[in-house]
Design a binder for this molecule. Sequence first.
Ligand SMILES: [Zn+2]
Length: 296
Amino acid sequence: MWLRLTLLILVVALNGCASVPSERALAVNGVVFADDQRTATRTAELLDEMSARLDALDVGLVVRPLEVWLFAKLDDADIYGGYDAPRHRILLDAQRKHPAATLAHELVHAYEPLSWARLPAVVREGLADHLAARAVPEIAAQMRAARAVSLASYATGGLPISVEGPTGRISMTRLAVPISETTLSPLEALALPHGGIRAAGDGQTLKALYGMGLLIVSRAGRERLVEIAQNEGDGALVDPSLILAAARLSADKTTWLPAIEGLLQGREELDFARQMLGQPPLPQDDSNASDADVRD
Ligand SMILES: [Zn+2]
């Protein structure tokens, strides 16, 4: 009874959910709890597969057994998962669109090596996205597009951005990005403590911060960031200006647009970005295409 009560309080505190998953399935890398046996078993298989894929990346992740709890629906529509570090437990929305990638992202948090401890929370989110995309390459383009669109909103305040098309035929595409309410500066964002990201603002802000993390990791590289964490300064967190310098990004965001456009360099990325913004797909690049097919 006491245990059940404790679990309920934990679940309410973390997710606003009222029920504890009743079924469970064992995995090599831990145990999965879900509302039905089939989901638990499937997720246990996924846990082992994603753990093996992340381990095979050979980037210093420390694979160790953990718990995964699946819920029918997390309250916050923008959040598909979370990692409860003290309990070494991953919480997932069972209805999420990309279960493998979401689980891989949370597993990166769970398997983080000590050498990442001084990296800002935003950068650690970027590392989780970056490595999840390597473990589940089929979602990489969509992830880059989603993060780029959110981040462009943050960087420009909603100005249109120009992206060089993936073919010579389409020279320029305009993506009108919705305006974000975000007011955090990059230096403030990179000084957020662990666990501080979700308290930093609304859903748009959260997405922009994840975009910032992915952009920084894409530009600075994981190895350079870890090197900085190990060798530079002596504070609890790495000086945010060192992180921006490694990623070749200015503190005032004026140089960010070309960098963000760098995340949208593939045809797939552009199509996903346009889809998110309610724009029609670009014309196909085939030999019958004429200049009249080039749309803005
Ligand atoms: Zn995360």
